[in-house]
Structures are given as C-alpha cells and as structure tokens.
Design a protein around this ligand. Sequence first.
Ligand SMILES: Cc1cc2nc3c(=O)[nH]c(=O)nc-3n(C[C@H](O)[C@H](O)[C@H](O)COP(=O)(O)OP(=O)(O)OC[C@H]3O[C@@H](n4cnc5c(N)ncnc54)[C@H](O)[C@@H]3O)c2cc1C
Length: 377
Amino acid sequence: MFDALISGSGVNGAALALLLDQAGFNIKVIDHHPIDLSESPRTVTLNLQSLQLLEKIGIEIPSTPINNIEVRDAVGSGKITFHASDITENELARTVYFADLTEALNTRIKTIVSDSISEEISTGADKISVECKDGDICNARLLIASDAKLKPIKQFFALSDPKDYQQQAATFIVHSENMDTSTATQVFYNKDIFALMPIHDRENPQGNNFSVVWSLDIQEVNLQTYVLQHLPRLENILGTKLHILSEIESFPLKSFTTNKYHAERACLIGDAAHIIHPMAGQGLNLGLADCSTLFAEITKANESGIGIGSSQVLKKYEIKRKVFNDSMVKGVDRIHALFQSDNIYMRLIRNNGLTLVNRIEPLKRFFIKSAEGIFGI
Ligand SMILES: Cc1cc2nc3c(=O)[nH]c(=O)nc-3n(C[C@H](O)[C@H](O)[C@H](O)COP(=O)(O)OP(=O)(O)OC[C@H]3O[C@@H](n4cnc5c(N)ncnc54)[C@H](O)[C@@H]3O)c2cc1C
C-alpha cells in the first residue's frame, strides 16, 4: 500500500510528490498524459515563498528577477508602484518559463505512471482504493487530487463547475528596446488587463524580453488578428515598440472556490481547490503554499503516530489554507469587476483607490506581503 497516491503531476502535484518522496514517504503519481510544453511561451511569476519551496526540493532553473511592480489605469490617472525595498527585500518575485518548471519537476519523480483514475474510488478504515484505467487497483493511505476536471474526482468531492468569465488570456513573448527589465507592468485598459513581466531570452540572456499576459474581453474572434490590431494602442500607453517573438497561446479565464478541501482520506491541492484570475499572478503561488502546508501537516502527523489520511490532519490543512485562498480569489474577482465597469463612479473609485494605496505605505506593504503569501501560511 502507498502512503499517498497523487493524481495529476502538474506543478503542484509534482512539487508535493518530491517533498513527500524526499521525506521518505512511499508515493505513486499518475497523470493521464504529459503535455509537450517545450515551444510554449507561457511563463509564471513566482513569489519568494514559492522560490524557497523549489529551492528546498532542489529545483534549479533559469529565472528573471522582478524588483518593481507598476500598476496603472490607462483611462484615468490612477497608478501604484511596489518596490522590493518597501518590504526590505532585494526582489519581489521571479519569472520562469512554465515548461522549464514542469520539466524540471517531472523528470525528478521516480514513480510517475501514465494513467488516470477510472470510475471507482472507495474508502475503508485505513485506506482509499482507486481503480485506474489500466485496470490496476491502487491502495493508499491518502489520495491527493490536483486534477479536478477528472469526473471521478469531481464526483467524490462533489465539486461544482468553475465560474467562467467568458474572457480569455493571450500570452506571448515580446522584445522592447527601452522598457526597464527589472519592472513588471500592469495596465488596465477599458476591459482588458495587460501585464508585462521581464523574462530572459532562452538563447540570449541580455534579451530585454517580456512575457505578456493579456486578459481580453473577447471570446470568439481570431486571437492573432485581435492582438496584432490592438497592440499599437498599448505601445502608445507604454511608450515603447513591442516586437512579438513567439507563438500566441490562449487560455479561458475562470475562477473557482469550493466548500471543502477534503473528503474521506482525500484532499485537493492547487487549481483543483481554487482557480484565480491570472491578473494577480497568484494561482501557482497559492497552490505551492497548499503543498507546503499539507506537507508540514502530513510530516507532523506521521511523527506523532497519527494516520496521514485522517480527517484530523486534512481538516488542519484546510483551516490553514482555505480562508486565505478564498479571500485572494474573491478579492481578485472584485478588482476584476471594478475594472470591467463602465460606471463613472466605479471608475473614480478605482482611480482614487490606486492613488490612495500608493500613498499609504502600510497598506502597500500589506498588499505586497499578501502577494508574497506571507499572511497565508
Ligand atoms: C495565462 C495564465 C498566466 C498565469 N500566470 C501565473 C503567474 O504568473 N503566477 C502564478 O502563480 N500562477 C499563474 N497562473 C496560474 C497557474 O498556471 C496555475 O495555477 C497552475 O499552473 C496550476 O497548477 P496545478 O498543478 O494545480 O494544475 P494543472 O496545471 O491543471 O495540473 C493538473 C495535472 O493533472 C493532470 N490531469 C488532468 N486530467 C487528468 C486525468 N483525467 N487523469 C490524470 N491526470 C490528469 C494534467 O495533465 C496536469 O498535469 C497563470 C495561469 C494562466 C492561465
């Protein structure tokens, strides 16, 4: 019998698998099919807590530091800037290629099987049993699910569907001659949100490149054409020419929270437990903080002779993560609604709000520390 069966080896499932493996737990990881991400322009911005976790499991991949973050409303004059020095740090975050991170984690896992849970999940006094598509029955003390789209997982945890913003994010790499490569910039422009994160060029370290995540209020248009048509407006706002260097990838925008992170002998982590709009660059950071907390609860329980799949352990994990995760998802959802509004009063609130937060140092520090996950663990 395995100590833990991890279903889904995305970044969160894989990171937790490595933490548990390093601590001597007997684990099995299944994923329906590993995706080839090698050509993907997708990047993620990791906060200091996430970077520490990756260091702990020995993941070393190229990354680009972010020292400042500037947020502005293109329509009004509202603006807020965050500097690493506001929280007496050298950097606020680092940007990495998603493909580099996924590959570095997955190549380190010893026990990854290309499979998927089929219909049956059953629980007994000391174990959970799942039937996999290859016909194998896998018994474990704990099931950790990071793949909520999977029907048996959805049913077992009684999960609802995520909220669909009916919008999509376009992501690609650009080159700019004159933008500051230590600053991430976010511009709210009508209903679009345009974020530029510094990222190294894989071939040329001096590349002056940026990763774009552009949340668009469109669904069924040709994304390539839309981006090419509308990029010049953003170039005007930013005062720079942006040369597109990669494919343009798109993602549907969703948000999700759930009532419970655990069921009998099973728990949810990462995007299976919460999905947040990417404007905050927090989805993976919240997920990695789930992994840290769950790992800490499992090791503590094991040392005290408490079953790692017991509800006592899983409840503690839920208490430590759910309130913080929910407040982040809902907070970002409200900011999103504020910036989607055409109402003149809402526009005034957001403009004045940005300027006000910028002037109040303790409030600024609070926002940075929340984004760093410092209040969430
Ligand atoms: C455009 C965009 C930009 C983003 N930028 C940032 C950022 O800057 N910073 C940040 O922190 N977050 C960011 N995020 C969020 C982040 O990418 C996600 O939160 C994170 O990747 C979720 O990882 P996960 O491991 O929880 O889930 P997933 O990546 O969804 O992994 C789930 C795994 O389960 C597997 N699986 C699925 N179905 C099955 C099945 N039937 N059987 C077996 N296995 C299965 C999949 O193959 C996958 O490996 C961004 C998201 C988007 C869309």
